[in-house]
Design a protein around this ligand. Structure first.
Ligand SMILES: [Zn+2]
Length: 159
């Protein structure tokens, strides 16, 4: 797991460190490789959504049954079996969505994920517009503001 360090630590603001909510964490990439492998199922939270990539913070490795705290990415071509041209318009993921994904590849610098199976994708989400938690039985039309949300859902979305 990534170690929380003080903001005055000399390693803060270097490449061996990343920042979440103004807290500084040391990367622990070498240990990670023992812990995580290709095809492991993980739970994580969407950190940001860009045009061609979703940035995720992995919090738990379901396959290995252990906590993790690592950044990872889902490239646009790994999201769905269907072709997606642009993430911002499709809004299949939003910041804060809780997702399940599989590890596609671990490179020297990145953990790459994929959600292109029916069991993978968003397992808990809020309305894009008003942030109310969304219920599956409403077909993701928000019961508060009627906004129609489109997501790359996991079939295990249970609310
Ligand atoms: Zn809403």
């Amino acid at each position: 797991m990534n170690q929380l360090i003080d903001k005055n630590d000399p390693k803060a603001n270097t490449k061996s460190c990343f920042i979440v909510n103004n807290q500084f964490f040391l990367k622990s990439f070498s240990k990670l490789k023992e812990k995580a492998q290709k095809e492991d199922v993980i739970l994580g939270k969407v950190f940001s959504v860009k045009d061609k990539v979703v940035v995720v913070v992995i919090s738990y490795n379901v396959t290995k049954n252990c906590n993790m705290s690592e950044f990872a990415i889902i490239p646009i071509q790994n999201i769905s079996k269907n072709f997606i041209s642009d993430l911002k318009n499709g809004s299949l993921f939003n910041e804060g969505d809780i997702i399940t994904a599989k590890i596609f590849e671990i490179t020297k610098s990145d953990i790459i994920l994929r959600t292109n199976e029916s069991n993978l994708g968003v397992v808990l989400t809020q309305c894009n517009f008003c942030l109310k938690i969304l219920l599956n039985h409403n077909n993701f039309i928000c019961e508060n503001c009627n906004f129609l949300n489109q997501k790359k859902l996991s079939k295990y979305y249970s609310l």
